[in-house]
Ligand binder design. Sequence first.
Ligand code: SDX
Length: 428
Amino acid sequence: MSEIAKITLDGETHELPVIVGSENEKAIDISKLRGKTGYVTIDPGFKNTGSTTSAITFLNGEDGILRYRGYPIEQLAEKASFLEVAYLLIYGDLPKKAELDAFENEITRHTMVHEDMKTLLRAFPAGAHPMGVAASLIVSLSTFYPESQDPNRDKEAVDLSIVRLLAKLPTIAAWSHKFSERHPVIYPKNKYNYVENFLNMMFELPTEEYKVDPIVAKALNTLLILHADHEQNCSTSTVRVVGSSQANLYASVGAGISALWGPLHGGANQAVIEMLEAIRKDGGDIDKWIAKAKDKEDPFRLMGFGHRVYKNFDPRATIIKKAADDVLKALGINDPVLDIAKQIEEIALKDEYFVKRGLYPNVDFYSGIIYRAIGIPTEMFTVMFAIGRLPGWIAQWKEMLEDKSPIGRPRQIYTGSAVRNYVEIENR
Ligand code: SDX
C-alpha cells in the first residue's frame, strides 16, 4: 500500500502522495498542493526539494555512494574510457564494442570547428577567462547549425547535436588557451583518442611535437569520468530549467557552463589552488587559515571543502587524492601545495567545526593539483570540469525532454509594498 503524507492547514487535513525511488529515497509529491490548499512551499537553495525523478545518477551523501546508471564510480574510474561513460550516461547502458566504436568514430569526425570560430576567438581580449570564452562559443555553435534550434527534432538531429557538442568542446577549450597565449592553434588529429587529442591540441607547438604521456592521459581520463554527472547540482539544474523552455541544447549547455563558473560550484577547483598558493606564500600557517575559515566574521571559506549532499566523504575526492599522489610521483613532481592540502585535510577532519557540519574535501579539493601537474593553466581548471560534466548535462537535458517535463517556473511569496498609487515627480 503506497504511503501518504497528511498536512493540516486552516483546520483541514489534506493527503499528499509519497513517491519512493528505486534506492528507497522518499518524497512527498506536492505537485497538486496549491490547487488543493492555496499554499506553496518555500525552500531557498532547494535544500529539501526534489525537482524531478531521474534514472541517470544515484548518490548517497551519508554513505559516500556515487553510481552512474547503477555502476559504482570506483569501477568506472578504474576500468572505463570517458566516451564509454558518456555513452552510458546519455543512452542508458554500457555500449557494446560496435556501438562504442561507432560513437567514438562519429565524435572523432566532428572535432573540427568552423574556421569562423577563429574570428570569434580573436574578438576576445588577451587573458579573457576561458569560461567566458567557452560559454560564448558553445552557445554560438547553435548559429552554425540552425537546424539544431528545435530540440524536439527527430532523434538523428538530436544525436548529431550531442556528437557535435562532445566533439567540439575540447577543441574550443584548447583553441581558447592557444588564443590567450597568442599561439597558433593546433588542429585535432584523427589518430588520437578523445583525451590524447585534447592534450595534443593544448600542448603541441608548431615547432615541437607533443608526446602524449600515458600516465597523463590515464589521469585525465579518470578526472573526466569523475566529473561526468552528479544528479541535480547547480549547473545541471540550470541546464534542465533552460532546456525546459525548449531552448536548444547548445543554449542549455552554455547556461550550464555559466552556472558552473561560480567559485561555490565548479569554479572552486581554481579557487582551491589560489587558496593553497596564498597559504604557501603566507608561510604555510595552516592553523591561521583554518581559524579564518571557522570565523563567521571572516568571509574566507576553505575552498574545496563542504558539499550540499555529501555530509561524509566525497567518493570522488578519495579517488582524486590517490591519483594526485600517483601522477606526481610518476612524473617526478614535488608540488608543495599538495602537502599543504593534505595537512589542511588532516587538521580539518579532526576539528569539531568541520566534523559537526559534515565538511569534508569535495571533488574540487585535489583535482587542481593534477591539472597543474599535467600543465593545465589554473584559469582552465573549470573548463576541464565543464568538459567532464558535458555528458551529464546532455543526459539530463535529454531525460528532461523525454519525460516531457513542464517549463521550470517556481512560485514565490511576495514580501514587498502593498498596492499604492503613482506620485508625480514634483510631488515626491
Ligand atoms: C561542487 O552539488 C553538487 O553536486 C556540486 C558538485 C558537482 O559535482 O556538481 O559536487 C561540484 O560544486 C562541489 C562544491 C565546490 N564548492 C566549494 O568547495 C566551495 C566551498 N564550499 C562551500 O561554499 C559550501 O560547502 C557549499 C557551497 C559547497 C555547500 O554549501 P551549503 O550546502 O549551502 O552549506 P552552507 O553554506 O549552508 O554551510 C553549512 C555550514 C555553514 O555554517 P553554519 O551557518 O552552520 O555555522 O557549514 C559552513 C557554513 O558556514 N561551511 C563552511 C564551508 N562550507 C560550509 N565553512 C568553512 N569553509 C567551507 N568551505
